[in-house]
Design a protein around this ligand. Sequence first.
Ligand code: 5GP
Ligand code: MG
Ligand code: MG
Length: 183
Amino acid sequence: MDAAHMGADLEKVLITEEEIHAKLDELAAMIAREYDGKDLLLVGVLKGAVMVMADLMRALPMTAPVDWMAVSSYGSGTKSSGVVRILKDLDTDITGRHVLIVEDIIDSGLTLSWIKANLESRNPASVEICTLLRKPEAAKVDVDVKWVGFDIPNEFVVGYGLDFADAYRGLRCVGTLAPHVYS
Ligand code: 5GP
Ligand code: MG
Ligand code: MG
């Protein structure tokens, strides 16, 4: 699929590339202040957080190391299964370190609350969360999220790392898909 076709499958653009970058610059400034002089480890959740991580880490004025986790909570569809399983664990020992989880989106909150509890059990100095997107209406569990880019309506979105059946991750904006894509 080429870029023009990918864009044609969108129904509407919710957040533009420019808006995303401006927001990540703001978040990076706050994060830099919070972790000034501290041993910060960025932890990205594959695969959705790849774009957020790439832009956030370049916006940060410090050279924080990065590690990745992969979990499964969604299949190829659009509904949460509520089941979390570690597909790829961290390479890093996080004991005594300040961990910042970097996420694309919090929907029900089930995945992130599970990941946060899992990382907290490894005796880090702290665990906080930064997410680009959050759907407040979809929350099933309360997750303590320190930095949120945008609160969005309870709709299925793609782009900027977010997929539908593993496609559309490369879109530079965040948007909703046209109905013909689902049928
Ligand atoms: P949660 O456990 O908070 O319901 O969702 C966790 C994961 O589901 C997210 O990290 C993301 O991968 C996926 N997800 C949730 N909402 C959406 C959405 O609107 N679009 C896409 N593409 N993925 C979503
Ligand atoms: Mg994610
Ligand atoms: Mg997905």
